[in-house]
Design a protein around this ligand. Sequence first.
Ligand code: NAP
Length: 307
Amino acid sequence: MKPVFERVALIGIGLIGSSLAHVIRKKKLAAEITGYARSEATRAKAVEIGLVDRVFPSAAEAVAGADLVILCSPVGTYGALAKEIASALKPGAILTDVGSVKGAVVRDVLPHVPAGVHFIPGHPIAGTEQSGPEAGFAELFINRWCIVTPLADSDPTAVERLTEFWRGCGSNVETMTPEHHDLVLAITSHLPHLIAYNIVSTAADLEEVTSSEVIKYSAGGFRDFTRIAASDPTMWRDVFLNNKDAVLEMLGRFSEDLSVLQRAIRWGDGETLFNLFSRSRQIRRGIIAAGQDTAAPDFGRSAAKLQ
Ligand code: NAP
């Protein structure tokens, strides 16, 4: 099969960039992969594990001649990177990204995109709490959604090529506006991360319960929050700085609903608690039925071999 693209340039080679490199190689989605990484250590590692054919210390050099350029660094870096690569982009190239917010990416990148280059933002809803060039794996995107957010004047052929690329990575592709993306992700991803960061920080501040007790008895639910709260601080700082309105809207709703639970506990209103917990259980079952998680007890951890 002919590769979807001749040359793909990955700007940033962390979890997502390295996972893309693996799947591009495995599924032969491009004939050549070039890469840019900020640090010498990441550049050396990317070459050592064969993620890229050529790596550059400047993003402009990495994108020269590429027909697909994917921004894979934290969202807060996109504006400066777009400015730097603008004049080196090949006419007819597709410029996309994997950032967890979309409205702010359009705001920061679009002003730098030269005429003749197709800028089509995207976001694979796939990740782990690991970071760096060694964290990636080819299967990351399989059966996960990738949201593509074309702009009003995006070229349909370019959108189709990008869609084909993500399907080649194993993703299911959905298109929506950047604004709608930010609202949906605020509740499904950004708020859960904020809650996880907050609950872990609250536990860390407790004085009457020692930190060794928090760790020792963490299986009671807390452990799953700690996994989410171990996510990359730079990435998540940039997410909250760049999806402010939608996150504040969802946080407002969350606080109101939390007050309802608080009140139900105070007044011994078991019916309210039971009804709400039953509804939540249905949502979990829906996620499993949609193939977005496994029904294995304990998130599959119990399948791990006992020592
Ligand atoms: P990561 O593993 O931490 O890798 C980030 C990469 O960006 C590294 O190559 C890093 O370079 C580079 N970088 C960091 N700061 C930079 C700067 N100031 N200038 C230039 N390059 C810089 O991150 P990731 O998890 O792959 O996330 C990358 C993007 O994917 C983010 O925009 C995030 O929103 C999005 N995303 C993440 C997930 C997830 O679950 N992790 C899921 C979907 C989308 P060095 O290694 O040289 O420091």
